[in-house]
Design a binder for this molecule. Sequence first.
Ligand SMILES: [Zn+2]
Length: 142
Amino acid sequence: MRPLTLMGMVTLVVRRAGIFCKQMSGIDEREYMELITRQQHIDDIPNRWHVQYGHTMDSCHGYRYADKYALLKAEVPLTKKKADEIIGNDSWSTLECSGCDAEDPDAIVIVAEVDGYPVYLCRECLVEAMGLIDKKEGSNEG
Ligand SMILES: [Zn+2]
């Protein structure tokens, strides 16, 4: 049997992740295998900030969140440097891989959701996962 192409491997992983996740959480399959680049992650900061703090912005102690939201929204395009400066740390602008300690990879892919939290993998972890399938298929050929 001819080894699978990269796209073939990705399709396999997508199908497996989709089936597993649908069984675990009942969440729509289309939410999986979503690519998130670093810039998309940064562009989405105002939205995520609003989801996290929107309910407190009208309260008397919520003014700081509302001020930061306005500053974040005003920056178009929002840069990592500016977002970190407004928020005061880099936790909102940094991508993390659920599978390894990769520091702020260029992009990640959502492969699952566990207890309401997305599981992200970086390119190196996806390649490693495909390598496992390659190895198995190689052993089947005997
Ligand atoms: Zn990784």
